[in-house]
Design a protein around this ligand. Structure first.
Ligand code: SAM
Length: 301
């Protein structure tokens, strides 16, 4: 559900007939979003109007009284209608900023969350020599955001991103190319580390971790638009952690590190899985909200 709204399907209300001003159209969109219970109606109306018209925020401020024609009004209202239906702004725009890099989304990829930057921070914090030729594996790569963010900071590192979704792998490959990281990033379809023969210095994963029964309690922006395969973690949310920790010995180099993103309240269960798998120096990193978002461990040298 990304890209432009279908043309000609939006009904334009009488007050926006003729050539309304940009400000009138933006305010109308904001009202529709507020009535629909969207959290940030002013911000979303501004972002969507700007995107529909190809205008920056500064342009919009300068041209607030500029007149729009009816196709332009229809395009703005098309975007607003999608947001009223709870499609996230990032999905309507088809892209999301992560680690100050621009990522294209697809229906098969999770919309990257700011909290996941904690994984990138921890991966980089453990690298003493940023120019070393390290190897990095990202399991459940989605848009490729974790792997590509890490590679953007480590100029001699190479990486592999694995996902079970062919469409996600295609999206991640296109993101790598667009970000100029194509020569150092490879993506493959697979079931976690099954069939991999190489070993890596760093393994990262933000696997699906929502307990199955909790999925329906999430916001409509998540349940309606993030793929279920990116969310569903089994009965207790820990299925993927069990599968991945069981295979870590085969993909980590001696002295290598695993860095997991975890859901709220899961850090100690995941730490116990790592300990049972023989990893040491297990630690935690909090996200900006003070929640233990990352669990990491070392494979003894
Ligand atoms: C929570 S999303 C994370 C995506 C991305 N790494 C991020 O942080 O935005 C989990 C990803 O794991 C993938 N996945 C689920 N089960 C998998 C499996 N058995 N093997 C490989 N990937 C899997 C999903 O397709 C999804 O892209």
């Amino acid at each position: 559900m990304t890209g432009a709204p279908p043309e000609g399907t939006v009904e334009i209300p009488p007050e926006l007939g003729g050539t309304p001003t940009l400000r009138e159209v933006t305010r109308h969109g904001e009202r529709l979003l507020r009535d629909a219970g969207v959290d940030t109606p002013d911000l979303d109306a501004r972002l969507l109007t700007g995107a529909a018209l190809g205008m920056t925020r500064q342009h919009m401020l300068i041209h607030a009284t500029a007149r729009l024609n009816q196709p332009q009004v229809a395009r703005v209202l098309g975007f607003i209608a999608r947001r009223v239906a709870r499609e996230p702004v990032s999905r309507i725009l088809g892209r999301r900023e992560f680690w100050s890099l621009d990522f294209t989304l697809s229906a098969a990829t999770l919309d990257p969350r700011p909290d996941s930057e904690t994984v990138v921070e921890e991966a980089l914090a453990g690298v003493a020599d940023k120019r070393a030729p390290l190897s990095v594996l990202d399991l459940g790569t989605g848009t490729g955001c974790l792997l590509l963010a890490v590679l953007s900071e480590l100029p001699a590192a190479m990486g592999l991103g694995v996902d079970q979704s062919t469409e996600a792998v295609a999206t991640a490959t296109a993101n790598a190319r667009r970000l100029g990281l194509g020569p150092r990033a490879r993506f493959a379809v697979g079931d976690w580390m099954t069939g991999l023969e190489d070993r890596f210095d760093i393994v990262m994963s933000n696997p699906p971790y929502i307990p199955d029964a909790e999925i329906t309690t999430l916001s409509p922006e998540v349940t309606g638009f993030d793929p279920r395969a990116a969310l569903a973690g089994g009965a207790d949310g820990l299925d993927a952690y069990r599968a991945i920790t069981a295979g870590l010995g085969g993909v980590l180099k001696p002295g290598g590190r695993i860095i997991f993103e975890v859901g709220f309240g899961q850090s100690h269960d995941v730490a116990a899985l790592l300990e049972a798998a023989g990893l040491s120096q297990i630690g935690f990193r909090k996200d900006l909200a003070g929640i233990e978002r990352v669990v990491f461990g070392h494979l003894g040298a």
